[in-house]
Design a protein around this ligand. Structure first.
Ligand SMILES: Cc1cc2nc3c(=O)[nH]c(=O)nc-3n(C[C@H](O)[C@H](O)[C@H](O)COP(=O)(O)O)c2cc1C
Ligand SMILES: [Mn+2]
Length: 442
């Protein structure tokens, strides 16, 4: 089996590589788990078997580096985006299994999420405990097609969760049901391997089942189990599943919540998820994703990069690489490397990037020799290959991210910076200095 068949196999794989921090002392789910996840972000996963007041262990930081997603997919880091784009292009069917460990324990009565699950409190001003690694699965009743996406879930009380649904696929499914005054059935899978989580972030047209993208990414059909109370299927290897409905015409205040740009998303009236059944493994592990941590940023960032790379190559074939940088929350800043053939190629890249990923605010286009993963190299290219009056393009009043606090509800400016060498520049003028004996050892 691959190391990614389940969350627990992935944890064992990390343990074997010395990338698991086992916290043996008891920890509080109030800020302590978040603090540990923050301390080890980008370095180690954190497993807390002893959470005060709970029997269930908590794991955080399961994949906080790009190379871990590549390892999970069985490719080199440089091949990850192409591999992901290929999975989006060719989803593969899942496989229904009759027995699933995630249904070893079934709870239908007196559900109290805050008691059943050790849901952490993450940031100082968060409105409450939040489930942050839940993949919400729903079905389009018209087409029968599944959708899977991650949504933050605030534990409001007992079986009631507040849910943030931005206007994408799940929102449209919900609106269609609400227009008929009917509830939307959902299932939330918690405790998944990194590839299934990554697949849930794929940018696709409506009607594409992200679980089938997970099958393609794994290279084998994702095993699914039929839910016990709703007409849906969930990853059979998940640790925990919450089944329930999002009722029509019901709103409750949700938030504030510390979000990926490292600011709080404000409170507002949101739909609620009413849990009707909880199923879990007998020894379930609760998984959390630290908001604004590398795992949160990379999951969305890698998915956007994969779509961006494919879209850019369609208009400018000589695009060598794209990077949504962590400083830009893996959403707002894109660096694109290009082997320029026409002087206008850099601007084509700028337009195409803004058109493909609405959250991107600032794009820097560099030549192929610049390492797009090294912020110092990128800054050096801007410092030495760009003249602001000639190479900076500003487009006012375009659609951006609603969570960007400097925007007006997501309306804001775009800036493109062309830091490529002009094609007609004399070669010696931009010749990188080099010490011939760089490998020299006395
Ligand atoms: C950790 C994490 C938390 C997220 N939280 C939310 C959320 O609360 N609301 C939301 O609409 N999208 C959230 N997203 C983004 C969606 O899951 C993502 O955009 C997804 O691809 C949307 O799926 P869709 O294209 O099927 O609509 C989150 C993503 C991650 C990685
Ligand atoms: Mn979708």
């Amino acid at each position: 089996m691959s190391p990614v068949a389940s969350l627990r196999e992935w944890i064992e794989w990390l343990r074997g590589r010395g990338e698991l921090e086992l916290v043996s002392r008891p920890v509080s789910r109030r800020f302590e788990i978040a603090a540990l996840a923050h301390r080890f972000d980008g370095r180690k996963a954190v497993l807390c078997p002893r959470v005060e007041g709970h029997a269930m262990p908590v794991v955080a930081n399961c994949a906080t580096r790009r190379d871990l997603y590549a390892a999970a997919a069985g490719v080199e880091p440089t091949e990850l985006l192409d591999r992901f784009a290929a999975a989006i292009d060719a989803p593969r069917p899942c496989r229904i299994v009759e027995q699933a460990r995630v249904q070893e324990v079934v709870i239908r009565e007196a559900i109290d999420i805050g008691t059943l699950l050790p849901v952490p409190l993450h940031h100082e001003r968060d409105a409450g405990a939040y489930i942050t690694a839940g993949v919400v699965i729903a079905r389009d009743p018209e087409t029968g097609r599944r959708n899977a996406s991650i949504h933050r879930l605030q534990v409001l009380e007992r079986e009631t969760l507040g849910i943030l649904i931005l206007p994408r696929h799940l929102w449209h499914l919900y609106l269609e049901r609400e227009a008929r005054s009917a509830p939307l059935e959902v299932a939330v899978a918690i405790g998944l391997d990194p590839l299934t989580l990554l697949a849930s972030q794929a940018i696709t047209p409506p009607g594409v089942d992200e679980l089938e993208i997970a099958s393609a990414l794994r290279g084998s059909p994702l095993p699914l189990a039929r839910c016990v109370s709703v007409d849906l299927e969930v990853p059979a290897e998940a640790e925990i599943v919450l089944e329930g409905v999002i009722p029509p015409h019901l709103r409750r205040v949700e938030g504030p919540f510390g979000e990926f740009p490292r600011y709080y998303g404000p409170p507002s009236e949101k739909p609620v998820l009413q849990v009707r059944a909880v199923t879990h493994r007998r020894d379930a592990i609760y998984q959390t994703i630290l908001p604004a941590g590398r795992e949160h940023l990379l999951l969305g960032g890698i998915a956007r990069e994969a779509s961006l790379l494919r879209a850019l190559r369609a208009s400018v074939p000589a695009v060598a690489g794209v990077h949504l940088t962590p400083g830009g929350a893996c959403r707002y800043h894109a660096v694109v490397a290009l082997r320029k053939r026409h002087e206008g190629d850099a601007r084509t890249v700028l337009f195409a990037t803004f058109a493909t990923i609405p959250e991107v605010k600032h794009v820097i286009v560099v030549d192929e020799d610049v390492d797009i993963y090294d912020p110092e190299e990128v800054e050096w290219a801007v410092a030495t290959r760009c003249q602001a009056d000639r190479d900076v393009l500003i487009v006012p009043r375009a659609k951006g991210s609603e969570l960007d606090p400097s925007s007006a509800d997501g309306l804001g400016a775009k800036m493109g910076i062309d830091a490529t060498i002009p094609l007609d520049a004399p070669a010696e003028r931009f010749l990188r200095i080099r010490i011939p004996l760089e490998e020299f050892q006395p």
